[in-house]
Design a binder for this molecule. Sequence first.
Ligand code: ATP
Ligand code: MG
Length: 454
Amino acid sequence: MAKTKTKYVCQSCGYESPRWMGRCPGCSNWNTLVEEIERKTKTNRPSTGLTSRKPIKITSIESQEEPRILTSLKEFNRVLGGGIVHGSLVLIGGDPGIGKSTLLLQISSQLAEQQLPVLYISGEESTRQTKLRADRLNVSSDLLYVLAETNLFDIANHIEELKPSLVIVDSIQTIYKDEVTSAPGSVSQVRECTSELMRIAKTNHIPIFIVGHVTKEGAIAGPRVLEHMVDTVLYFEGERHHTYRILRSVKNRFGSTNEMGIFEMKEEGLKEVMNPSEIFLEERSKGAAGSTVVASMEGTRPVLVEIQALISPTSFGNPRRMATGVDYNRIPLLMAVLEKRVGLMLQNQDAYVKVAGGVKLDEPAIDLAISVSIASSFRNQPTRPDDIFIGEVGLTGEVRRVSRIEQRVQEAAKLGFKRVICPQKNIDGWTLPETIEIIGVNTVQEALNIGLHR
Ligand SMILES: Nc1ncnc2c1ncn2[C@@H]1O[C@H](COP(=O)(O)OP(=O)(O)OP(=O)(O)O)[C@@H](O)[C@H]1O
Ligand SMILES: [Mg+2]
């Protein structure tokens, strides 16, 4: 009898080893290596459905921009870079209960209503459970097929038989392939199943959406390799206590990343939010010290968000610095600039900085707004409620140019703001709009002189 070969695979990074080890050399996690039986398949050459047999000239390949499939959720189309691409494999990750199945069921029903057959494969819920959700969401269409199946071979057969226009696999962690001996949800299973789904998507030209669970740390469970394999990775996030949900693209082979779609969870499903700035500014306390508004770019769209700071004298030896929604390391840096270049004595002050509304901002153009918020709270001088601050702050206290200033200003004007305080360098070279006053500044000091009430 042939000897079975076993290997040990790390469940967190996919590292393989012939021997068991307590600590994975790949990702330094303890106790993550699990024994899996290796089985040689007859063909060693995996077919991805992408390979062409001979090298061909790039100029001789036909290229045609294919029409994408559009859903009626415009936010969703935009996050995907303008609709669903035929033959693409899209991974959607998110915390438990955030609404992944709800979103995908809604998308499915919308396509079914456009006379495109959709196959919804649920490995986690029975068909009856899916039906219950469908009833709540008012989904009913003859072209929406539901399948409760976890065996990949059967799934592949059904796809090939039905030839749907879209396939949803509700959770890759429940799907298994017979040839792989490890349990569903293990690294090998997830990897093998995903590459098989990739092959099905590419050869049949069918877009497939797969749901992936996230781990405690917030990464998609299973190895990082999963994110490399698929065409697009979307994260569905939001706070459980808020009804707003944010769909974010972190990788997209067919469009810009950092796009963000905002939805509201309602009894009858997810509703898209067309003007997020209004929501983020809804609860703003106007005229309070420590609050400013910034126009930040989320992908190709500007959103206005409030940045709050609270500066209070520290009662311990080490002052505390806390940041929610912005990079923690920017806070001490900007405070050092304020201390050295503007002369604010911040070293014995606690600082708390927060982006209101649960959004995360990670572009440098928000530096100026953070600095002004900090100074405003420290001096207890409010900013004018109809001011917007845009700009990157350098270490010498200079305010540096940012990208896409026109769009940011337009959004501010649309929402009724009166003044934009932005980098002087940005002002040159475009005709200023008349509806809003634009003030160029060169340093943080200048911005504070203009922005803070005396
Ligand atoms: N009757 C209802 N009214 C309003 N909201 C509801 C109702 N039923 C469920 N929800 C919302 O739907 C969410 C569950 O959505 P869904 O099952 O799509 O999440 P999921 O991300 O697929 O979860 P899982 O990770 O368990 O698969 C709940 O957390 C809740 O916010
Ligand atoms: Mg679900």
